[in-house]
Design a protein around this ligand. Structure first.
Ligand code: F6R
Length: 602
């Protein structure tokens, strides 16, 4: 889980230390912030919408006097509920004595919330997190310790969580539980700490313990004691970390882009946990003609999804570049336009959606940024769960856009009874398997570097594919071009002979996306045409395809992938290729020239 940051400490001047820790976690989310302390035996809560610096200045957190020695804090990236003061963490129980900061997505929160409301609990926010302090409150009322009540709550909840719990009834203790979302514990000369990543702990200690899934830590000033969620004691295993603060923020990776590529399986898993209520609301709006619109990488996600929708359900869904939208489409009455944008602020995409609305269309937004202009503009939206992406090139957010649209498509198909039940559930099963396939590919990415080493000084490259992988090819070419400044073009392989092949000469690089599917025979034909003119072939192929290994000069093998999911998996080695070529050319892949993360001009 990549969204939100948690920091807790038991040390002197806790408010200042928490303010500093949250600042180091700001890259994980920054739409609202909150802290809870124990002061004079009472729990004190402060939270607000907005970024950390003004919040810290307004409260004077950095200068708060000694005497406050324990607290937890949270910086948020909204996933459930708008970014506002009420939804900022920590959240409290009904008695106002238990505070919880959470990073993760809870799947069954709606049913638990309803049951809690029936039992008389009052809720102050629309977040999923708020069920946790209320469940702990019930445990305490039944006589459980804070630790046991937190463990019992975690057992009742499905979904990902890293939580830090503070209670005025046990004022020297922070209880943490971890499942899927990261949580590290640090012990230093001046106190004990917990945080979402090592970077936040660097100024205070290099002695770190990574909590494992379904473990509960009871942290006091002397350090943590660890148990499993079922109460079995675990011997704490500390390690010494030798990273500097910058490396720690990048999780030990040399660049954010590489870190973000490695986060793709978890970003996909989180996006696959999108509450079905959002998907159903959006899928019920998909009537009339459906258009998909976005810019750059987000357009490639639209293109891939249009192939998937069309192949699986014979639905004619049209992808349109956002910058071209208003010049192409004039009457949109009764139609649906799905706008896709990581940032939610791309001027071209917002322009297309405003135009769509003015011409009578319903608008669905798909974005990674809940508090963005696109969510305000859309009739309904789906929030991908990629977390903040710091590298300028879109990586994990592209993959999450693809699976968000796949989910939407499958929901729409089941709402409209387009597919027999068995087929639909098989497709959902395949979709749920995609994070593991991406994980396997990431495990083999070291094989890409020597290939990049062979080709990094080329002037130009073609990326060629057929069907849904035309989107993969275009995305691979865009990544290479924007990061390495090598000229690259992605287009349908069948188009080569209609012009582009005239550029091909000895040593020209052609990257093929060549899965073992119905297009394979025709792709082999295109490879042969290129080879005959002296091209060098780097092909991304299905594991064990011996024939293509003989034809291509270099290959990267990926496991068999259902066709509609091809771009999710096949894009990953192309991201790695672009990354390595950029690094080998001495460029910083996190900051390509002339580009910005959010393009707010048309
Ligand atoms: C490429 C890239 C850009 C963006 C495009 C749209 O790596 O990042 O092409 O995809 O500027 O941005 P969003 O998705 O924020 O609308």
């Amino acid at each position: 889980m990549l969204l939100c940051g948690i920091f807790g400490c038991i040390s002197s001047c806790a408010p200042r230390v928490i303010a500093d820790g949250l600042k180091r976690l700001e890259y994980r989310g920054y739409d609202s912030v909150g802290v809870a302390f124990i002061s004079g035996g009472k729990l004190v809560l402060e939270k607000d919408k907005g970024m950390i610096d003004p919040f810290v200045r307004r409260l004077g957190l950095s200068n708060m006097s000694a005497g406050i020695e324990i607290g937890i804090g949270h910086t948020r990236w909204a996933t459930h509920g708008a970014p506002c003061k009420e939804n900022a963490h920590p959240h409290l129980d009904c008695t106002g004595t238990i505070a919880v900061a959470h990073n993760g997505v809870l799947e069954n929160f709606l049913e638990i919330k309803e049951a809690l409301i029936k039992r008389g609990h009052r809720f102050a926010s629309t977040t999923d997190t708020e069920i946790i302090p209320h469940l702990i409150e019930e445990g305490i009322q039944e006589g459980l310790s804070l630790k046991s009540a937190a463990a019992r709550a975690a057992k009742m909840i499905r979904g990902s969580m890293a939580i830090a719990v503070l209670s005025s009834a046990q004022p020297g203790t922070i209880v943490c539980v971890k499942r899927e979302s990261p949580l590290v514990i640090g012990v230093g000369k001046n106190g004990s700490y917990c945080a979402s990543d090592i970077a936040a702990l660097m100024p205070y200690t290099d002695t770190i313990l990574q909590l494992e899934d379904d473990q509960v830590a009871t942290i006091t000033r002397a350090g943590p004691s660890i148990e499993t969620i079922d109460g079995k004691p675990v011997k704490p295993k500390f390690t010494k970390v030798r990273w500097d603060a910058g490396m720690a923020e990048r999780g030990g990776y040399p660049h954010f882009m590489l870190k973000e590529m490695h986060e793709q399986p978890i970003a996909l898993r989180d996006t696959l946990k999108l509450p079905s209520a959002f998907l159903e609301r959006a899928s019920r709006m998909m009537e009339g003609r459906v258009y998909l619109t976005g810019s750059g990488t987000s357009y490639h996600a639209c293109l891939a999804s249009s192939y998937a929708f069309s192949k699986l359900f014979c639905m004619d869904i049209r992808p349109v570049y956002s910058s071209e939208f208003q010049d192409l489409l004039c009457d949109l009455r009764g139609n649906t336009v799905i706008g896709v944008s990581q940032s939610g602020e791309t001027a071209d995409t917002l322009g297309a959606l405003r135009h769509a609305k003015s011409k009578g269309a319903r608008v669905i937004g798909i974005t990674n940024t809940l508090s963005s202009s696109i969510t305000a503009l859309s009739d309904t939206y789906i929030c991908t769960q990629g977390g903040p992406e710091i590298g300028v090139a879109a990586t994990k957010t592209f993959l999450t856009q693809l699976v968000a649209m796949d989910q939407l498509m499958l929901h729409a198909a089941s709402v409209a009874n387009k597919l027999p039940e068995g087929v639909c559930s098989k497709l959902f099963e395949q979709l749920n398997g995609v994070p593991s396939l991406v994980e396997r590919v990431i495990g083999q990415l070291d094989a890409v570097r020597p290939i990049a080493q062979k080709y990094f000084s080329r002037r130009s490259a073609y990326f060629l594919a057929r069907g849904i992988n035309v989107a993969t090819a275009m995305e691979g070419a865009l990544k290479l071009k924007e990061l390495s400044y090598m000229h690259a073009e992605g287009y349908p392989a069948g188009e080569s002979k209609h012009g582009p092949i005239s550029l091909v000469e000895d040593g020209f690089l052609c990257v093929f996306i060549a899965p073992n599917d119905s297009s394979r025979g025709r792709i082999i034909g295109n490879m042969m045409e290129m080879k005959a003119r002296g091209a060098k072939i780097f092909a991304v192929i299905t594991e064990g395809d011996k024939e293509l290994k003989l034809i291509a000069d270099d290959t990267f093998e990926v496991p068999p992938v259902p066709e509609f999911l091809n771009p999710v998996v096949y894009t990953v080695p192309l991201q790695a290729f672009a990354y390595h070529v950029a690094v080998l050319r001495g460029l910083d892949p996190d900051k390509p020239r002339n580009l910005a993360k959010s393009v707010t001009v048309m």
